[in-house]
Ligand binder design. Sequence first.
Ligand SMILES: [Zn+2]
Length: 101
Amino acid sequence: MKCPHCGLFNPPEAERCDCGFDFTTRNLQRSYANQPARNDGRRDDSARTDIIVGGLICSVGIVVTLVTYVVARDNGGSYVVAWGAILFGAVKFFRGVARQR
Ligand SMILES: [Zn+2]
């Protein structure tokens, strides 16, 4: 259906045009398109969570690697290099940093 206000073609089930014209009341309403995105704050939170969780996982991986290395050096035997945790944590950490802006 074509909007009588701005001429934009909308899907038949649309209740309101992007310009804010309401097909049911045939009045110009606040446009959905101009509404501020509601999940902006949530995105910042998840970036911060990624930085904290990623940093923790990465640190734990480094600590596990160092501790098992020291134990193996003193007592003999093999040590664990926790590459998985270090890399996973680092990737999560830097993704969070990149998304924070
Ligand atoms: Zn319109």
